[in-house]
Design a binder for this molecule. Sequence first.
Ligand code: RNT
Ligand code: ZN
Length: 412
Amino acid sequence: MSYKEAQKKFAKIGIDTEKAIADLQKIPISMHCWQGDDVGGFESVGGASNGIQTTGNYPGKATTPEQLMADIDFAMSLIPGKHRVNLHACYGIHKDKVVDRDKIGIEQFKPWVAWAKKNGYGLDFNPTFFSHPNMKDGLSLSSPDPKIREFWIKHGIKCLEIADYFAKELKSTCSINFWCPDGYKDEPSDRLGPRKRMADSLDKIFTKAKYDKKRVFPCFESKLFGIGVESYTVNSHEFVMGYAQSRKILALLDMGHFHLTENVADKISSFLMFFGKVAFHISRPVRWDSDHVIRQNDDLRAAAQEIVKMGPENFIIALDYFDASICRVAAWVLGMRNMQKELLKAMLTPNAQLKKLQDEGKFTDQLVLQEEYKNYPAEEVWAEFCRRNGLSGDESWFAKVQKYEKEVLLKR
Ligand code: RNT
Ligand code: ZN
């Protein structure tokens, strides 16, 4: 089937494929730098630790800023549209001596900004509350030790200032996401104390930091449990919802941070109603929050459908996975394109018609059409979208990654 034929078929159910292509072009996705080096960063050679871990030892990972930037550029060249890059504080670029997290500043991020400007990327940011000796007993902002809290409060303040610098320099709003792995492996005796300390530390960060609220969007990410913190996480879903709502910041939903039977897509409309904007980590849990590359599965489809129905401009869409067992560049490109494909499929669904059927109580019609519309020729529209971006819609991007792998990645 040609694009023209697909266009006609969609037109019959009231879908304008040209509008879908134009709308998809406008959706930036924040691509996570940390898939490129297994959340390693440039402060030490130790790798990710203290509440975060990767599995796999696939060859070719980036170990210097230049390599990581080159890999991101290469991946971006195979992804249609203009996108953003999501950095973590541990990716600061240090000259001779590593500047500790409580003292980092724009100096360590100037090369990133220069690179982003050159390539037309927006930048998002994250303080790094892991892979550091000051994660005492697995706690950061909620530690009972005031010195430990003080260190991490300073880090949070510095990071908000760096985010403000990104937004100002790149003339593009910057979302900054706070995720702290704080929690306990076994049943704690006190569940309230750590949460009170967490709230107090965050309040200090948000009141002391100098940043422009119009261009910097702080987000706060919840998590049900983590490896090593199976019994209690300070920043549970309820804690995050309450804190974010009362302090007027955004709550961030990570698809991998809930019970596996929970429908994360169902949460989106409630978030939108009460926060106005939704920050999202698109990930794929497999048994635990194992950070596999996102696939075109039912969960991703459902999330994309909600994003499209609620208005993509109301979302901060960021990917978050880090598979160290496969080619990292392929992992980026595949995930980004999968996200875009699902957004496009959602745009090609006659949602107004289906909504009407729901409101009229015509549930048989709704079910039948929901299923039948899944098989409409979205691939043709995707291929056309890619063509207009100078790319091919099929798997031929992968041969290019394999060539890059042979010529660049495996020579490292
Ligand atoms: C971890 C959280 C968090 C991290 C990144 C690296 O469970 O999902 O978002 O993945 O900050
Ligand atoms: Zn996340």
